[in-house]
Structure formats: structure tokens, C-alpha cells
Design a protein around this ligand. Structure first.
Ligand code: TMP
Length: 219
């Protein structure tokens, strides 16, 4: 109803390649929103603190091996663990800033180019999760990312995987629900310039949630 819609928070997702500056920008956005008097909570996926998160962490650090489909479903289950909490916080008026979400889920799994694991298949287990009000994709090409200090040691931090993932991310801008939720921001500029471009988008969302009810991801 209208009074619920008026008091809910927004669900904002920050997506992007490794080294694109997601964590820095989530921190800056939190600060700006709080300055404006909003209540904010930040989360990140994978959430490595839960039992499923521990399994994901072991996989990413190459301590354990898992079939492509199995690890994909774990990443999704790790979001489902938090779904009720996200809904609850939003309905209590919190702005949720989320570092990675199902977009990462889709593209990193599909970037493995396993013919049995398509982008469409990868999206299916996430159907029904809280749908973001806005997904900000911080776009940085692999060469720029490497200039920023290169990649770490984790499983997916390899150039080919990153290039495949970026291409798939950009392709989501033309796919169904994602095309209306996602905005691409060039992360190759200064921290302040990127923060200002993000704020322009978030301002619109903060205004819009006053009238738009919370939704779920649909097929
Ligand atoms: P992080 O570096 O942000 O903690 O993310 C760890 C890696 O996990 C990163 O390479 C992206 C990848 N990932 C997936 O493959 N599927 C997912 O669902 C998520 C959230 C991340």
C-alpha cells in the first residue's frame, strides 16, 4: 500500500570487475546517503561468514574443487540465505548497498564457457530474490584493471576470465529485467568523478522508491 511504499528503503547493487573500485564507491555512497539523513546498511556477496560462504571461500582460494554447477548454486544459495533479511531491512526504511549480487553470479559462471552452463541457466536459481532498484555497473577494461595493481591470487582473477565476464556484464544491458535496472558507469575516471556519476543515479532512485513498490526477480 501507499504508506508502506513511502517509507521503504532502496536496494542498490554495485557490480563491476575486480579493481573497478566497488568497495571504495560503496563506502562513499554510504557516507553521502547518511549525510542526507538516510539509514544505510551495506552487504556483500559472496558473504564468506556463513557456512556456505566458507565453502565458497575455499573454492575461490583453490583449496577445494567443485563442479561448475555446484559452485554456482552455492553462490546463489548464499544470496538466498540473506533474502529475508534484505526484504526486512528495506521495509524498515534502510537503504541497502550491496557489493555484487546475482549479476556477478550469472556472468562469472557463464564466463567459464562451460557449454552446459548458459547465462539463462545461471539466472534461474536467483529468480524470486529481491530485485534491485538500481544496479550500477562500474566498467573498467582488463588493461586498466591491471594498471591498478593487477589481480590477486583468487580463482577468477585471470585476464581471460575477467575479459569474458566484462563482455557478459555489458551484454546484460540488453537483457530483459537487467536492461531496465542496470546503468553502466565508466570507472576509468577519478574516484570523485565516478562518485558523482553514481550519486546522479542514486538520487533518482531515492526519489523513485517513494512510489515504486519493492519487487522480486522474475523469469
Ligand atoms: P569478491 O572478490 O568481491 O569477494 O568476489 C569473489 C569472486 O567471486 C569474484 O571473482 C566474483 C565471484 N562471484 C561469482 O563467481 N559468483 C557470484 O555469485 C558472486 C557474488 C561472485
Amino acid at each position: 500500500n501507499a504508506s508502506n511504499a513511502a517509507s521503504r528503503g532502496a536496494f542498490i547493487v554495485m557490480e563491476g570487475m575486480d579493481r573497478a573500485g566497488k568497495t571504495t564507491q560503496v563506502g562513499k555512497l554510504r557516507h553521502t546517503l547518511e549525510e542526507q539523513g538516510h539509514k544505510v546498511k551495506t552487504i556483500r556477496f559472496p558473504d564468506r561468514t556463513t557456512p556456505m560462504g566458507t565453502m565458497i571461500d575455499g573454492y575461490l582460494q583453490s583449496k577445494t574443487e567443485m563442479a561448475d554447477h555446484a559452485i554456482h548454486l552455492l553462490f546463489s544459495a548464499n544470496r538466498w540465505e540473506k533474502a529475508a533479511w534484505i526484504k526486512e531491512q528495506i521495509s524498515q526504511g534502510y537503504m541497502i548497498l550491496c557489493d555484487r549480487y546475482y549479476y556477478s553470479g550469472m556472468v562469472y559462471s557463464a564466463a567459464k564457457k562451460n557449454p552446459a552452463l548458459s547465462l539463462e541457466w545461471a539466472r534461474t536459481p536467483d529468480v524470486g530474490l529481491p530485485r534491485p532498484d538500481r544496479v550500477i555497473f562500474l566498467d573498467l577494461n582488463a588493461a586498466e584493471a591491471e594498471k591498478r595493481g593487477g589481480y590477486g591470487e583468487e580463482k577468477y582473477e585471470k585476464r581471460e576470465m575477467q575479459e569474458n565476464a566484462r563482455e557478459l556484464f555489458l551484454g546484460l544491458a540488453g537483457r530483459g529485467e537487467e536492461s531496465s535496472d542496470m546503468v553502466v558507469i565508466d570507472a576509468g575516471h577519478s574516484v570523485e568523478q565516478v562518485a558523482s556519476a553514481i550519486w546522479d543515479e542514486v538520487m533518482k532512485v531515492v526519489k523513485a522508491v517513494e512510489t515504486v513498490p519493492r519487487r522480486e526477480l522474475s523469469v
